[in-house]
Every structure is written in C-alpha cells, then in structure tokens.
Write a protein of this length. Structure first.
Length: 166
C-alpha cells in the first residue's frame, strides 16, 4: 500500500505551526485540510487526553459560531498522535487566509472561563475526561507560536537532499 500524504511529512523536523495538509475536490468544490500542529513531535510532550478533549469542545464550538467562517467549517478534531488537530474548511484556502481565525480560536480557548460546551453525559460520550486548565495552557502555548511564527511554522519541512559522494 502507498503511504498517505500525512505520513510522508518528516515529523522529526516538523515544528509547531499551521500547515495546509491537503486540498481535496468533491466534484468541483475544494476542501482544505489544515494541520494545526501544537506540539513538536518527539521533542515536546504530547497533549493529555483531557486537554485535547476540552480543546476539541471549546474550539469546535467557537469555530462553528464564528460569524465569518461558521458556514465553511466542516470538521475540527484531534490527531491520534496527540500533537495537534485537523481543521477542514470548505474552499481553496491558504494559511494566510485562515490564520486570523485560528489565532482568534486559540486566544479564545486560552482565556476560556465557564462550563465547557457540550460537556455533560447527555451531550458527550465521555465528558469526565476533560481538563480545562491543561487546555488553556496548551491553547496559550500554541497561540504564542502563531503570533511569533516564521515561514518554517507555515510550510512543511522539505525532504533533505541526499549528498552525492565524490
């Protein structure tokens, strides 16, 4: 079997950032998947499941209520490796276009107070595994990455060229 594109990214060189993971077409309509990479693989501790779960609820609710973007948000959810999230948006969208929304989302999550949206047994399959303090900490760390980012935080690392022997 051929490796899927996300497994072809060099995770050993990947930094926290915001990346266009892929663009897919459904008929003539483009759908853009963003890699919201919050932790540097193998260099930083992964997020705890309670933090991820709380962030999933807070951020998904925020994104689906944003006045400018709510009708274009298709999906927001965690990566299995616990180093970030995927955001799927309708349209052929670049990082520079989505960045203000992602910044607002994680600023909101970092400052979130109150009850986590959808965090009752009736609304969620396992609401007891949520950590608001951890979620706010992880959101604040990621927000700081976004506001101080360089181009290496927005472009996947390119494969290293093999040296030719003389």
């Amino acid at each position: 079997m051929q490796l899927i594109p996300s497994f072809q990214v060099d995770h050993l060189r990947l930094k926290p950032g915001l990346y266009v993971s892929r663009k897919d077409y459904i008929g003539y309509e483009c759908v853009t998947t963003f890699d919201i990479r919050m932790k540097r693989p193998y260099k930083e501790e992964v997020m705890d499941t309670g933090s991820i779960h709380a962030l999933e609820h807070i951020c998904a609710t925020y994104l689906r209520n944003d006045q400018l973007w709510k009708d274009k948000i298709i999906y927001f959810g965690p990566m299995g490796c616990r180093t970030g999230f995927y955001l799927i948006v309708e349209g052929d969208i670049g990082t520079d276009t989505i960045l203000p929304l992602v910044e607002r989302t994680f600023d909101y999550a970092a400052e979130f107070e109150g009850e986590i949206p959808g965090a009752t047994p009736k609304e969620c399959g396992f609401c007891v595994d949520m950590d608001l303090t951890g979620a706010k900490r992880d959101a604040a760390l990621y927000y700081n990455v976004l506001i101080t980012a360089t181009k290496t935080n927005f472009n996947y690392p390119q494969p290293r060229k093999k040296r030719q022997s003389k």
